[in-house]
Design a protein around this ligand. Structure first.
Ligand code: ZN
Length: 539
């Protein structure tokens, strides 16, 4: 690994006089955020010693202690559990044992691997109920498609033609907006309390059979599994062979060949309830704990103590198993997201140094982002999410596309001095206003806005802002975009752009300051975007 040469700079944490013109004081505090300081912290977090900071791992524990020690030295108040900086959550794990897992329909016994396979699970145990055949399982009331109108699927298995089977004559375009005009079997199964999903032995299912059979089936998710974005599917999914389909249909007025013919015609038989299926999912269950780091900087106006702003950076990295030809097996996660974690540390220092805005600011370095947004789901759906009026996400701020180059994988990378901003435009007049004021007045960075639209995957559900959006909290995200080293062993600190990290961190600081100090509190006043149809905005 290349070593990074650093010039040590002494940053003096001198409190800036309250008498000073606030603008000058804010600029002076912003100036404490330096390329050297941010790069030094990013280099530590992304060092080989911390091994990429997988959740959970000793490297992530070490990163967590590093952040907490810094917060203590800055005088940031602990705001995690029991007066500490750490907010703990539990992750539940399950590993299926294919040798002891079995199924039965009436008196007939079926064998794992031959008659059925499990494609996903979260928990183990015995699951028993009737099987409801629902065709595609899609519900689209506008075209008169609602298999759930005649059959209550609560406590039943749902038997469907695979997750992408659309009725004859329909495409994703004709069906309209997913989640609004139509919903999937998975959505309906979950919201209606079904036991699980069963895929028919279609050619696609049978083609993948041996691969599915030989795969280790494990599940893990935040416990309780709050949230939608990146939460594991909470119901088991099975694929069944013809033997088991025959048994389920026996005595119910149809045959496996009639049902399977519909897989190609897409003209599905009417829904009906078939036999009773019991599945015994055996194996090993377990759990572990992981933590977010949370600190609080109180505001200057006690009347606004309940109008908290959160600034969030995920501290964990996406650790893979590959080894490069050069022998590098460590996924250092420097840009994603040692850069943002270090930037947010520098912003905490600036906030403690500079003038205090009216509203309190909660600083969060979450974990579990890369494996399922565990930390932010736990936080946003818990008590700490309750008094938030806005969330600022800082995730990947060290990337720069060199002008005139066209490297593969750099199509969505910001240029020199540029940062993508996503969130405020479609959500909040107040937030969008502060973002613009901070850009116009300070201009440490230049904004790129192409992802500030609900259609963007970065708007929702792909980042840590997702659980906050689900709770009706408007967000502002800063990121410099994807680079070719994203989620690879080569995401190393030597590739980070120190000037970019300084510029973006300063821009985030002044934006955060204005959001926290504004006369009007942030509100989600714009119409709810279609893809967030299930959200009640905090207006
Ligand atoms: Zn990230």
């Amino acid at each position: 690994m290349p070593m990074l040469r650093l010039v040590a700079t002494l940053v003096l944490a001198v409190p800036i006089s309250a008498q000073a013109h606030p603008d000058a004081a804010i600029r002076a505090a912003a100036a404490t955020i330096t390329a050297d300081a941010v790069t030094r912290d990013a280099a530590h977090l992304a060092s080989d010693a911390l091994r990429g900071r997988l959740t959970p791992s000793p490297g992530l524990d070490s990163a967590r202690e590093f952040v907490a020690t810094r917060l203590a030295s800055l005088g940031v108040k602990p705001f995690g559990d029991d007066g500490t900086y750490f907010q703990w959550y539990t992750v539940r794990t399950a590993a299926l044992d294919s040798n002891t897992s079995r199924a039965s329909v009436g008196a007939r016994e079926f064998t794992y691997g031959e008659d059925f396979v499990v494609t996903s699970l979260v928990t183990l145990g015995a699951i028993e109920g009737e099987v409801a055949y629902l065709g595609s399982g899609i519900r689209a009331p506008k075209i008169g498609l609602d298999p759930y109108a005649t059959i209550d699927v609560r406590g039943k298995w749902i038997l469907v033609h695979g997750l992408n089977a659309l009725p004859a004559g329909q495409t994703r375009e004709t069906l309209g907006t997913p989640g609004v005009d139509w919903t999937t079997a998975m959505d309906e199964a979950r919201s209606r309390g079904a036991l699980g999903l069963i895929a028919l032995p279609t050619p696609a299912v049978l083609n993948g059979w041996s691969r599915t059979r030989d795969r280790a089936v494990t599940g893990r998710d935040l416990d309780p599994a709050v949230g939608r974005a990146y939460s594991a599917y909470p119901l088991p999914r099975l694929s069944v062979a013809l033997s088991m389909l025959d048994a389920m249909l026996a005595g119910h007025g149809t045959t496996a060949s009639v049902i399977l013919r519909a897989d190609s015609t897409r003209i599905f038989p009417a829904p009906f309830v078939a036999g009773r299926l019991r599945v015994d999912l055996n194996g090993t269950v377990g759990s572990f704990r992981a933590a977010n780091v949370v600190g609080m900087i109180e505001g200057s106006d006690p009347a606004r103590a309940n109008e908290r702003i959160a600034i969030v950076s995920h501290l964990d990295g996406a650790v893979g198993r590959g080894v490069t030809p050069e022998g590098d097996s460590i996924y250092n996660a420097a840009d994603d997201n040692a850069s943002g974690s270090a930037g947010t540390l520098a912003i905490a220092r600036a906030m403690m140094t500079g003038p205090r805005p009216k509203r309190p600011i909660m600083f969060v370095w979450d974990s579990g982002e890369e494996v399922g947004l565990w930390g932010t789901r736990h936080l946003a759906y818990g008590p700490l999410g309750e008094q938030l009026v806005a969330m600022v996400n800082v995730d990947m701020i060290g990337g720069t596309k060199v002008p005139g180059t066209n490297n593969p994988g750099e199509d969505e990378l910001a240029g020199p001095g540029e940062v993508f901003i996503s969130g405020p435009g479609p959500l909040s007049t107040v937030l969008a206003g502060h973002v613009q004021t901070a850009l116009d007045h300070y201009g440490y960075a230049t904004a790129r806005r192409e992802f500030d639209v609900p259609e963007s995957q970065f708007f929702y559900p792909r980042t840590d802002s997702a659980p906050f959006l689900e709770n009706g909290i408007p967000v502002v995200q800063f990121f410099t975009g994807l680079q070719p080293r994203y989620h690879r062993q080569t995401d190393e600190v030597s590739y980070l752009d120190p000037a970019k990290m300084e510029a973006v961190s300063r821009q985030v600081y002044v934006t955060l300051w204005h959001i926290a100090n504004g006369d009007v509190r942030p509100r989600w006043d714009k119409p709810t975007p279609d893809k967030l149809w299930f959200v009640t905005p905090r207006r």
